[in-house]
Design a binder for this molecule. Structure first.
Ligand code: ATP
Ligand code: LTN
Length: 343
C-alpha cells in the first residue's frame, strides 16, 4: 500500500478560511464514465485547493435492495477505485458513510424539518420509484440524508453531476430554514457542476443519463471495462440520422454526447471540436481513443491497488476518525439548537 493511514499534517478541525468540499458516491454498481467525468474528475482537482471530504455513501445504497455480501465488496472496491482515479488520502479525507453514525442522526432531525411536498418534487425519486416493485420509505427521504452528509461538515462546495442539482437546492433550503428557525448552525453550500459532461448520456439511448445501476450494458462505459470493449461501444454509439457533426444537445443528443465526452477527456470546447469533423466515423474513432487513453492509467493504478488491498481498511478508518471529529462537534450544536440533551 502506497499511503500511510496517518493523514499528513492536517489539523482535526480545518480553518474556517479554507474552502470545504464534500461529495459522495453510492456503491450501487461499477463506476461508469458519467461518474468519472461529471463528478470524480472535479473531486481530484478540488482536493488540491480545498479541504475535501469524499464519502462512499453506503447508507444511500440501502434505499434500493442490496445483497449484503455484494454491498460489502462493492463498497471496498469503490474506495479502491477512488484511490485509483487520484483521490489522495494524504490531502483529502476519504471515508465510508456508515462509519460515522452522526449522518443518520442528523438525517432524522432534517427529515423533521423538510416537508413531504418538498421531497415529493424530487425528480430522482420519481425516476427511481416509477418502475420499482418495492419503494422504500428511505428512497423517499433520501435527500434529507444527503443534506445531512453535506451540512455536518460546514461544506461550501459540493462537486456533483447535473442530476444532483435539485438535491443541492433542497439542501440549501433545508440549511437556510434551519438557520432562520433555530439560529445560525449550517453553512449554506453550493453545487459545483462541471461546464462540460455534467450529464453524460447513455450511448444507446442518448435521451437518458448513463447510470451505474441501470441495465444498459451497451450504452454504459465502465471505468474498469476492458479497453477494446470500451472502443467498440463508442464506435457503435447511436448517433443521429443526418450526417452533420454539430454540438446541439437537444437536436442532436447522440453526437453532442460524444463531443462532450471528447471535450472532457482532451480539453477544448465541444462546439469548436465539432468543426473539426464532417463525418461521424472519424469523430467516433477520436472519442474512442480519447476515452481509452483517459481510462488506461486509472485501470493500471486500480490493478496495483487491488493486488494489495491491505492498507485500504486502515486508511478508511483514519478517514472516518477525522470525519467523526467534525461531525461530533457539529452535532453538539445541532442538539442544543433543537432542545435535545447535549451529551
Ligand atoms: P445509480 O445508477 O445507482 O443512481 P449513478 O451512476 O447515477 O448511480 P451516483 O453514485 O448516484 O451514480 O453518483 C455519483 C456522482 O456521479 C454524482 O455526483 C452524480 O451526479 C454523478 N453522475 C452520475 N451519473 C452521471 C452522468 N451520467 N453524467 C454526469 N455525472 C453523473
Ligand atoms: N445523492 C447522490 C449521492 C450522494 C451525495 C451526497 C452527493 C449522497 N450524499 C452528498 C454529494 C454530496 C447521488 O445520487 N448521486
Amino acid at each position: 500500500m502506497i499511503w500511510s493511514a496517518q493523514r499528513a499534517q492536517t489539523p482535526a478541525l480545518a480553518s474556517p478560511l479554507v474552502t470545504r468540499v464534500f461529495s459522495g458516491i453510492k456503491p450501487t454498481g461499477p463506476v461508469q464514465l458519467g461518474n468519472m467525468l461529471g463528478a470524480l474528475r472535479t473531486w481530484v482537482e478540488d482536493q488540491h485547493r480545498a479541504d475535501s471530504f469524499y464519502c462512499v455513501v453506503d447508507l444511500h445504497a440501502l434505499t434500493i435492495p442490496q445483497d449484503p455480501e455484494v454491498l460489502r465488496r462493492t463498497t471496498l472496491e469503490l474506495a479502491q477505485l477512488l484511490l485509483a482515479v487520484g483521490i489522495d488520502p494524504t490531502v483529502a479525507t476519504l471515508f465510508i458513510q456508515s462509519d460515522v453514525s452522526e449522518h443518520t442522526e442528523l438525517a432524522w432531525m432534517l427529515e423533521c424539518t423538510v416537508s413531504f411536498g418538498e421531497l415529493r418534487r424530487m425528480t430522482q425519486f420519481k425516476d427511481k420509484s416509477d418502475d420499482a416493485e418495492f419503494v422504500s420509505a428511505g428512497l423517499f427521504t433520501y435527500p434529507a440524508l444527503m443534506a445531512a452528509d453535506i451540512l455536518l461538515y460546514d461544506s461550501d462546495e459540493v462537486p456533483v453531476g447535473e442530476d444532483q442539482r435539485q438535491h443541492l437546492e433542497l439542501t440549501r433550503d433545508i440549511a437556510t430554514r434551519f438557520n432562520s428557525r433555530f439560529g445560525e448552525t449550517f453553512v449554506v453550500p453550493r453545487a459545483t457542476v462541471p461546464k462540460v459532461a455534467a450529464r453524460v448520456m447513455d450511448l444507446q439511448d442518448p435521451t437518458r443519463k448513463m447510470s451505474k445501476s441501470d441495465d444498459s450494458p451497451q450504452g454504459t462505459i465502465l471505468v474498469l471495462e476492458e479497453l477494446g470493449q470500451v472502443a467498440k461501444k463508442i464506435r457503435r454509439a447511436v448517433t443521429d440520422t443526418d450526417n452533420e457533426v454539430r454540438f446541439d444537445p437537444v437536436g442532436k443528443p447522440g453526437v453532442s454526447n460524444l463531443l462532450s465526452i471528447l471535450s472532457a477527456c482532451t480539453g477544448g470546447d465541444p462546439a469548436q471540436l465539432a468543426d473539426q469533423y464532417d463525418q461521424y466515423g472519424p469523430l467516433k474513432a477520436d472519442v474512442a481513443e480519447a476515452v481509452v487513453e483517459y481510462l488506461r492509467p486509472i485501470q493500471e493504478r486500480y490493478a496495483e491497488l487491488a493486488a494489495d488491498p491491505s492498507g485500504v481498511h486502515a486508511l478508511l478508518a483514519a478517514g472516518a476518525d477525522r470525519a467523526r471529529a467534525l461531525a461530533e462537534a457539529k452535532m453538539i450544536t445541532v442538539r442544543d439548537r433543537l432542545g435535545l440533551p447535549v451529551r
